[in-house]
Design a protein around this ligand. Structure first.
Ligand code: G3P
Length: 217
């Protein structure tokens, strides 16, 4: 499973990249706003900085909702760097925009997916990725991981090439469960990625090893 970092924070991307395990980055308008970026040039420059920091794909989301605007914005975003994937919301206009961008050779990530039907339509339109949101489904008492598993199985049934990118990951268990159900990619904040390394027995074991090692210096 590929691991993407879900942030627009350059320091966090740098830290994750330095681990040598980072496969890509996802952003969204809320994550960009958190960085205090404003203005078209600053936004474009920020995406360029992120896209230069990693070899893998970087999802940059459109800020518009209408078909024509999304296509125009998508073309602009895709022109920033070849590893930029245009993130498009799963709406009627969004599905049309995914198809139009696909016809222009531009890769897309269909976001805000909460059911199988949305994932299937996005895939049929030619999305490179679909992003079902695990945590937000769990928040309303649904089962986000189960949706990932269902979409993975259905895409396999029909040899759908679209990759399933699990988003809205809130804890380490979500990441493990994504692997168990066969997600192609999971995107998570830095804390959740680093959280995979944490185990109290690793910490206590290392403490003992270091104490014993110091006796031999
Ligand atoms: O990539 C989408 C993701 O950032 C949403 O996460 O935690 O806001 O539901 P969250």
């Amino acid at each position: 499973m590929k691991i993407f970092i879900d942030t627009a924070n350059l320091d966090q991307i740098k830290e994750a990249e330095s681990l040598g395990i980072l496969d890509g980055v996802t952003t969204n308008p809320s994550l960009m706003a958190k960085e205090g970026i404003s203005g078209k040039e600053a936004i474009r420059n920020h995406y360029l900085q992120i896209a230069k920091m990693v070899e893998g794909d970087v999802s940059a989301e459109v800020f518009s909702e209408k078909f024509e605007d999304m296509v125009k914005e998508g073309e602009e975003l895709a022109s920033i760097k070849s590893n930029i994937v245009v993130k498009i919301p799963c709406t009627k206009d969004g599905i049309k925009a995914i198809k139009a961008l696909k016809d222009k050779g531009i890769r897309t990530n269909c976001t805000l997916i909460f059911n199988i039907g949305q994932a299937m339509l996005a895939a049929k339109a030619g999305a490179s990725y679909v992003s079902p949101f695990i945590g937000r489904l769990d928040d309303i008492g649904d089962d986000g991981v189960a949706l990932i598993g269902d979409i993975v199985a259905i895409f396999k049934n029909y040899n759908v090439p679209t990759l399933v990118l699990a988003a809205s990951i809130r804890n380490n268990l979500h990441l493990i469960q994504c692997m168990q159900v066969g997600a192609d990619v999971a995107t998570a904040p830095l804390a959740q990625i680093l959280g995979l390394l944490k185990h109290p027995l690793t910490e206590s074991g290392l403490k003992t090893f270091m104490e014993d090692a110091s006796k031999m210096k």
